[in-house]
Design a protein around this ligand. Structure first.
Ligand SMILES: [Zn+2]
Length: 136
C-alpha cells in the first residue's frame, strides 16, 4: 500500500502566484514549482526565525520531514535564482484551516467567512474568484 503523505499545515497561502526574474537576456519558459508547504517552511525558518522543532510542530509534521521540505524549498529557490527561472507557487500537500480564495480581478487573497452567502471578493466585489485550496 502506498504511504499516504501527511498533510502539512500552512497558516496562510503565499500572497503571490509567483516570481519572475528581470534584467536578464535569458527568456526561459521553464519555471520552478514551489509548494505552499515549502513557502511556509522558508517563512517559518528564515523569516519568522523559528528553529526546526518549533516550525515542524506548527506544521504538524516530524522534524526530519520539515528539514526535507525546507531543504527542497531552498534548492528550488536557488535553482530559480541561478538559472533565472520563474517561481510559481502551487498547492502541494497542504492543509489550511480556512478556505482561501484569490480574486482574479484585483489579485486579493482572502478567506470567506461561513456566514457570508455570496462568493464575491471583499475588496472589489468581483465574482471572478478562485479557490486556492483546490489548486492543481
Ligand atoms: Zn477583487
Amino acid at each position: 500500500m502506498p504511504r499516504r503523505t501527511r498533510l502539512r499545515k500552512v497558516v496562510a497561502p503565499p500572497e503571490f502566484k509567483g516570481y519572475k526574474p528581470y534584467g536578464t537576456y535569458k527568456n526561459s519558459k521553464e519555471y520552478v514549482e514551489l509548494l505552499y508547504e515549502e513557502y511556509e517552511a522558508i517563512k517559518l525558518s528564515d523569516y519568522d526565525l523559528m528553529n526546526h522543532k518549533e516550525a515542524s510542530e506548527l506544521m504538524g509534521i516530524s522534524r526530519p520531514t520539515f528539514a526535507r521540505i525546507y531543504e527542497s524549498a531552498r534548492r528550488k529557490i536557488a535553482k530559480a535564482f541561478v538559472e533565472t527561472k520563474e517561481i510559481r507557487t502551487v498547492f502541494g500537500n497542504t492543509q489550511m484551516d480556512d478556505s482561501w480564495f484569490i480574486c482574479n480581478a484585483c489579485q486579493a487573497r482572502f478567506t470567506i467567512p461561513k456566514t457570508l452567502k455570496q462568493n464575491i471578493c471583499p475588496m472589489c466585489s468581483s465574482d471572478q474568484i478562485e479557490s486556492l485550496n483546490n489548486q492543481k
